[in-house]
Design a protein around this ligand. Structure first.
Ligand code: G6P
Ligand code: MN
Length: 445
């Protein structure tokens, strides 16, 4: 079996340690010879890197090379896959995104609303520069991108690298939601095949099929999920704010009589309610900084001082890191040309009949060694088409604003966003966001 070389771009992320443990568990399926961690923050990268050395010594002795570096050439040369998970401006800027939004009475959220817009204008230049650099050193590697806000990032990568089919944009949320469906049905996610359409963080499941029998569980799931469920899922989603998000699915299912919505639709369909739930002094960024982030780096520091994992309370179990497993699923589908079906963010090209062919949609796609091919969805009803076209216009204008440095387009984008709408508020937001994002955003004129 061929062994692969991969680089995790954003290697110092709090998501990396679980991802590395997961790669240890997946070595039979996705054997590796080299793992590179690349980040532009050397201090954090060193912590994750030292942890990785201990981990791989104990759990992946077959690995030939482990590199952690802030040097792009060292990181990107001779790799088969780049897994991109960067957060431009880190959680500090996420906190500003959320708090500035709330100050102007809009909801404060990582990828939706003005917060997502601000993050998009930081992410796009950073992702583009990194992809250019990756292409300098590994012209043919696969770039599996899940940097947020994925909708805006995907629109930008399509525009800047139009013929580069080895860039794939993907999000884990549909998978996380399907884990919930599987758990309430008493099945495994891998038993289920979704039919779905939408944009990233903006879509609907239309069928949840049993892969073997073809039975559609959607009607049954809608009935079950009309009552809030206490989700049995992985640690991230056990946190109170995620618990509330999953409980709110029931509201959307009760209010709308078809399909099953992506949880992120709560922000667009109930923007004021979501805003009112938030604490403007202590947002999700604060929760993550004080919670998961602190916990993760604390754990790594302790492991480094112990110099071992085996025989400590940090032993890796065989089910760790299931969250990021979909990335390995995706990589193996490409490597082995399996043509398995994944929900990815890709150019519509007629998959949804009655929206534009250039729209970056999230739909089921066949994935193999020639890349991603969207499957036919058919026509969608007016309500969804209207919502999607409005949201996609917002996404396009956000990318225009960024690539052209256009204030007008930025203003138009924000006004189109369902969580903003008012021109006067959009102008005030832009003033504060431009100030806060100096050095991250392309200048808007
Ligand atoms: C889900 C989404 C991601 C998002 C993540 C973390 O996995 O698909 O796009 O970044 O949740 O959100 P959090 O608020 O927990 O940082
Ligand atoms: Mn996502």
């Amino acid at each position: 079996m061929k062994k692969y070389s991969i680089c995790i771009v954003g290697g110092a992320s709090r998501y990396t340690p679980d991802m590395l443990a997961m790669l240890c568990n997946q070595k039979d399926r996705f054997p590796l010879k080299k793992i590179v961690l690349y980040d532009n923050e050397s201090e954090r990268q060193n912590i994750v890197g030292k942890y990785a050395e201990i981990l791989f010594k104990e759990y992946y002795p077959e690995l030939e090379e482990i590199i952690y570096t802030t040097d792009e050439k060292e990181a990107f040369k001779d790799i088969d896959f780049a897994l991109m998970q960067i957060r431009a401006g880190r959680l500090k800027m996420r906190e500003k995104d959320e708090k500035i939004s709330l100050k102007h009475e809009c909801l404060g959220q990582e990828t939706c609303g003005p917060g997502g817009f601000a993050y998009g204008l930081r992410s796009v230049p950073a992702v583009i520069n990194l992809i250019k650099s990756i292409r300098t050193y590994s012209s043919e590697c696969w770039i599996l991108n899940y940097s947020n806000p994925a909708a805006i990032v995907a629109e930008a990568t399509k525009r800047v690298f139009p013929s580069d089919y080895r860039i794939i944009n993907i999000c884990d949320m549909p998978i996380a939601i399907m884990d919930i469906y599987a758990s309430v049905l008493g099945l495994k996610r891998r038993d289920l095949e979704p039919k779905y359409f939408g944009l990233n963080h903006f879509g609907w499941f239309t069928h949840i099929l049993n892969k073997k029998t073809g039975e559609d569980y959607l009607p049954k799931l809608r009935e079950i999920l009309k009552t809030p469920v206490d989700v049995q899922t992985e640690p991230l989603f056990k946190e109170p704010s995620w618990k509330a998000t999953f409980e709110f699915m029931s509201q959307m299912i009760n209010d709308y009589d078809e399909y099953l919505p992506n949880t992120y639709l709560q922000y667009y369909l109930y923007p004021n309610k979501m805003r009112d739930k938030e604490n403007p002094e202590y947002t999700r960024a604060n929760e993550v900084i004080d919670g998961n982030e602190k916990e993760t780096y604390g754990r790594l520091r302790e492991i480094i001082s112990l110099g071992k994992i085996r025989g400590t309370k940090y032993e890796i179990t065989s089910d760790v890191g299931c969250h990021a497993e979909y990335i390995v699923d995706l990589a193996t589908a490409i490597a082995n040309n399996t043509n398995e079906i994944f929900l990815t963010i890709t150019e519509n090209n007629g998959a949804i009949q009655n929206v534009s062919s250039g729209m970056m949609v999230e739909v089921p796609c066949r994935v193999g060694s020639n890349g991603v091919e969207p499957l036919a969805v058919g026509s969608i009803p007016t309500f969804y088409k209207g919502l999607m076209e409005n949201q996609y216009a917002y996404e396009k204008l956000s990318v225009d604003a960024c690539l052209e440095g256009s204030y007008q387009k930025a203003l138009q984008a924000l006004v189109l966003n369902r969580t903003v709408v008012n021109t006067n508020i959009a102008k005030e937001l832009l003033e504060d966001l431009m100030e806060a994002n100096k050095g991250y955003w392309n200048e808007l004129r």
